[in-house]
Ligand binder design. Structure first.
Ligand code: GLN
Ligand code: ZN
Length: 768
């Protein structure tokens, strides 16, 4: 049976690419060393997949920063402002590329980076292509051909991977009004044809076009663009064998379109959308081969061979063996590299490790499924299958996973458990009296600078170089200084600074039951930035209080209110690898109960204001609009469960690092947080419009300065923004705060900016 790999992680199992890129940016290594690192990673990945017996091995899945940006460079979609970077001949193509990704500040030039956004519903971020009316494209780089030839020199026949023309356009953004980017298809397609010519000349046979947008809602114009593109390719290159890859959701109403494209192979995601197999098999024409996406590219669980084989069997019965391929569900870049590197039994027990598969292991699974399906009766197949059964059974029957008391508690949740005692209109009066805050109260989002020093304490503590007492004392001192600073400059609601936290999810995961951690499970988030999501393997509960100690310590230092700081259930879920043996909603509800316990304990300890951060609620939205409501129902309910165990006079805040709420404002209001803080400064408060139009009833802190930049704004800028906010939201509902937490900032700029912010709030109070 033929096996197919859609893409392999390019960060390197030891994050070699991250390290090389960062060294290159810091001027510590030459471009040659960086290029060599890339070459080594590609060779390693290709050989690994070849050794595992994968038939279709991808090339052009490598990238120094982002594959969408690679395409923009290939097509010459380089915004005007970057042209200067290579004009004087000092910089090369790679410097231009990095300038687009990261901005450029050198030799008197100061150019901002291109915008970055999430790749569908993953945690990977890509660089958004910029489009203009009548934009012309021209072949600028031949990366895809070069990498194909490079593999050839190593003796490998690879399958070049390209983002399909329609998806490439849809991933981008119009930079002027009056046209839609899909209209550029006629200008863009010739460049694709030129690339295909180069590939064909170099003897490429199979080409994979990723068209993930086929799994999303498409307009008629977009649908016809898809037909037009593949018909044109067929006409120009009748001999090339084209694979169209879809993933992340079902084809749905694009099914007819997809299966009738004049291409050789259609790839479908059967992990996200297993039910679509039947529908596709029912309608598939005789000449189309189906690539079955069975091995989950987005999660870390071992494949269930029995289940996958039954899907493969079903397809073979209808199509015959020649027309069925076995594949990963999507590119494996969303999985960590190699489970074999997890040798620390303390963070990841051998029992749990037995249930997992990272990218390398997933390639082995794809290959194993191919072998078993081809020769079910062979001894080797039987052994592979039996071993998988053992692992599946070990997971199913493990005493580590199910906690009857947790499941019973979830089942017993009542409507009252997800509602505050009184409605906001009553709570707000009670809180006004209890908290006695001025108009335009000032606060921050939680973290204060996580300096190299603070991070070094944690590293030394973990290595055993600092005792628990020594570490705690350092954290206590830093917290106390931060409290004093906030008091000195006159902030109204203080925070403790989050110095004890490594990361807003990991910190909680480490203290909750049901979570495991990897040492090397890195996944690319953007560019050289990687994240290491925790693994939720079992029922979640809270064995002991998690934050009460530091919050009450901070509160004991001051007579002002100190805000307790928690991460919300949806965000913890969203930024973890989640168990796949029960619905995500169920796992989310368990986390919600654990956070609820913490909220109640904070209240008992005298913390009257508690913030439950939910920056990830929006990114959890399903790709298809028709599925939004169901998700929002359980996500909002989970937040409400976490927030509703307290008395009316306890004030619940939430925070989200964006504010494009137009389409979900009803649900945001339904969360019923007493105060919501959001990011607004970069959009000049325009994004507040959704709240104004909706007549959002609760209190809002629209961020008044951008924490992503070291720039210190002055008070008049912030007053201007607050006046803009005040024009659409009544003053008594408004809070004054930065856009997000300050952990990535330095102390000097933080101090200056917050002093200005407090001054701005005072000005506002005088104006009313
Ligand atoms: N409380 C967190 C902080 O201040 C919130 C971070 C976030 O929203 N991503 O860092
Ligand atoms: Zn934020």
């Amino acid at each position: 049976m033929l096996t197919n790999s859609l893409g392999y992680p390019r960060i390197g199992s030891d994050r070699a690419l991250k390290k090389a890129c960062e060294s290159y940016w810091a001027g510590k290594i030459s471009v040659q060393v960086l290029l060599k690192t890339g070459q080594n990673i590609r060779a390693h990945n290709w050989e690994l997949q070849q050794n595992e017996g994968i038939t279709f091995i991808p090339s052009n899945d490598f990238s120094f920063y982002d594959q969408v940006l690679d395409h923009s460079l290939m097509f010459g979609a380089i915004p005007e402002r970057y042209h200067q970077v290579i004009l004087d001949g000092k910089n090369g193509e790679l410097d231009l590329y990095f300038a687009m990704a990261r901005g450029y500040q050198r030799d008197g030039l100061d150019i901002t980076a291109m915008e970055m956004t999430k790749w569908f519903d993953t945690n990977y971020h890509y660089i958004v292509p910029e489009f203009h009316r009548d934009q012309q494209f021209k072949l600028f780089s031949t990366k895809v051909v070069d990498e194909f030839k490079e593999a050839k020199r190593l003796g490998l026949q690879t399958k070049p991977v390209l983002i399909g023309p329609v998806s490439y356009l849809l991933l981008g953004k119009e930079k002027e009004s009056g046209f839609h980017r899909i209209e550029l298809i006629n200008n863009l397609l010739p460049v694709y044809l030129e690339l295909l010519k180069g590939l064909e000349a170099n003897k490429a046979e199979w080409i994979q076009f990723d068209e993930p947008f086929l799994a999303l809602d498409l307009t008629e114009a977009e649908q016809s663009a898809v037909s037009y593109v593949y018909a044109t390719i067929k006409k120009n290159f009748p001999k090339l064998k084209i694979i169209v890859a879809t993933y992340f959701d079902q084809l749905g109403d694009n099914l007819e379109l997809a299966i009738n494209l004049p291409v050789a192979v259609l790839h479908i995601d059967l992990v996200r959308a297993p039910a679509q197999l039947e529908a596709v098999l029912d309608r598939i024409p005789d000449n189309l081969t189906l690539s079955l996406g069975l091995v989950d590219g987005r999660n870390i669980w071992k494949n269930d061979y029995a289940q996958s084989l039954s899907q493969i069997q079903k397809a073979i019965e209808r199509l015959g063996r020649e027309r069925v391929w076995v594949a990963g569900s999507c590119s494996l870049i969303h999985s960590p590299c190699d489970l074999d590197l997890e040798t620390n039994v303390k963070s990841l027990s051998p029992e749990i490790k037995q249930w997992l598969a990272f990218a390398k292991q997933k390639v082995q699974e794809i290959s194993a499924l191919g072998k078993i399906a081809a020769h079910p009766e062979s001894e080797a197949s039987k052994a592979l299958f039996a071993a998988n059964m053992v692992d599946q059974e070990s997971r199913r029957s493990s005493a580590k996973i199910h906690r009857p008391e947790v499941e019973a508690r979830v089942a017993a949740i009542t409507v009252a458990d997800s509602s505050r005692l009184s409605p906001f209109s009553i709570r707000t009066e009670i809180q006004r009296k209890a908290l006695n805050l001025p108009l335009f109260p000032t606060t921050t989002i939680g973290s204060f600078p996580q300096t190299t020093e603070v991070r070094s304490w944690r590293a030394r503590f973990k290595k055993g170089e600092l005792s628990q007492e020594q570490y705690d004392e350092l954290i206590a001192n830093e917290t106390e200084e931060t409290i004093r600073f906030q008091e000195d400059i006159g902030i109204d609601v203080l925070v403790h600074g989050e110095f004890e936290r490594n990361d807003m999810v990991e910190y909680f995961g480490e203290q909750l039951a049901g979570f495991a951690f990897t040492k090397n499970g890195w996944v690319q988030s953007y560019g050289s930035r990687c994240v290491k999501p925790p693994v939720i393997y079992g029922d979640v509960y809270r064995p002991a209080a998690m934050t009460v100690r530091w919050s009450s310590f901070a509160q004991s230092l001051t007579s002002k209110w100190v805000k307790g700081m928690l991460t919300g259930p949806v965000t913890i879920l969203q930024w973890s690898f989640v168990r796949n043996d029960q619905p995500r909603s169920e796992t989310c509800t368990q986390i919600a109960l654990a956070i609820r316990d913490e909220v109640v304990d904070l209240e008992k300890a005298g913390i009257k204001i508690i913030q439950i951060d939910e920056p990830a609620i929006r990114e959890g939205l399903p790709l298809r609009k028709s599925a939004w409501q169901q998700y929002l129902n359980w996500a909002v309910r989970a937040f409400r469960i976490s927030a509703s165990g307290v008395q009316d006079d306890t004030q619940i805040h939430t925070h989200m690092c964006y504010s494009e709420f137009n389409d979900i404002i009803t649900n945001i209001a339904d969360m019923d947080a007493d105060v919501i803080t959001i990011e607004c400064s970069r959009s000049q408060m325009e994004l507040l419009g959704a709240f104004a139009d909706f007549k959002y009833p609760n209190e809002i802190g629209p961020g008044v300065y951008d924490i992503h930049s070291p720039r210190v704004p002055d008070r008049s800028e912030m007053v201007l923004l607050l006046e803009k906010a005040g024009a659409v939201i009544p003053a008594r509902q408004l809070w004054v705060n930065p856009d997000c937490g300050l952990k990535t900032r330095h102390w000097d700029e933080t101090k200056k900016a917050l002093i200005e912010m407090v001054a701005a709030a005072k000005t506002m109070r005088e104006e009313v």
